[in-house]
Design a protein around this ligand. Structure first.
Ligand SMILES: [Zn+2]
Length: 254
């Protein structure tokens, strides 16, 4: 009796959340997740994503590409930074990141959107988090782990790798969408992936950025939004700019 092993039906190809093209609402709260599913950004119909009370320490920047995402709730995680482009999509109108104590910087795209950020920006020892950080006055924000360098007003010349990536992006931008154009042979795979999905886009001029960003902090307490957030003092909006020129001319309120 019993079925010989070799006759057991083979396992079906594993279903992947990225195959759910019609999915509009996903709630995966309270699951002890450390990361989000890798192909979540392929759920092109997703409008409401709720990942509250997990153990997420980062949000993949690919999520910023979800064209229909309207509400993103990530309260009660361990986020220390958000993707540079979060909120760049006009569809995304509601972002809740309450109770992420390490989170001190909100991308400036979120200004004028509905955000929840109470319980963010608790004072912590710098040694607790090994991330690049940027300080302005008494405020410090952590930058996404992928950012390799921070530019200041004095850094007029971009690093060579950044110049090369921006030039490649300009040259091949039209063909990037169906890009097998640059084979991994001519460009290392990691750089090819970065070329497809830059760190983010300049909050002033939309230039893609690959290794370096020029951040500028706008303390929430100094914006007209301060009243809504009841005196939160340690959270800032961060404008991520592409150059000294954009850094100097960016204004949150214009
Ligand atoms: Zn720029």
């Amino acid at each position: 009796d019993g079925i010989p092993c070799k006759e057991l039906p083979s396992r079906p190809p594993s279903a992947n959340v990225g195959d759910l093209k019609e999915l509009q609402t996903l709630d995966i709260s309270t699951n002890r997740l450390l990361t989000l599913p890798e192909r979540l950004h392929l759920c092109l119909s997703l409008q409401y994503l709720t990942v509250d009370r997990n153990r997420l320490w980062c949000v993949p920047r690919h999520l910023c590409q979800l064209p229909s995402l309207n509400e993103l709730s990530m309260a009660g995680n361990r986020l220390a930074f958000l993707p540079l482009d979060l909120g760049r999509s006009r569809e995304l109108q509601y972002v809740y990141v309450d109770n992420n104590i390490h989170l001190k910087g909100l991308p400036s795209f979120l200004y004028n959107k509905v955000i929840g950020c109470s319980g963010c920006g608790a004072p912590i020892q710098v040694s607790e988090v090994k991330l690049l950080s940027f300080s302005s006055g008494q405020l410090t924000v952590f930058l996404p782990a992928e950012v390799k360098a921070i530019g200041t007003e004095k850094d007029h010349v971009l690093p060579l790798q950044e110049l090369a990536m921006r030039t490649l992006h300009h040259t091949y931008h039209a063909s990037l969408k169906d890009l097998d154009f640059l084979s991994p042979v001519s460009l290392p795979r990691s750089l090819l992936e970065l070329l497809h999905c830059p760190l983010g886009h300049c909050h002033r001029c939309s230039e893609p950025m690959f290794t370096i960003v020029y951040p500028k902090l706008f303390p929430l307490r100094e914006t007209p939004m301060a009243g809504l957030h009841q005196g939160r003092t340690t959270v800032s909006f961060v404008a991520y700019c592409c150059s000294t020129q954009c850094l100097q001319t960016f204004d949150l309120l214009s």
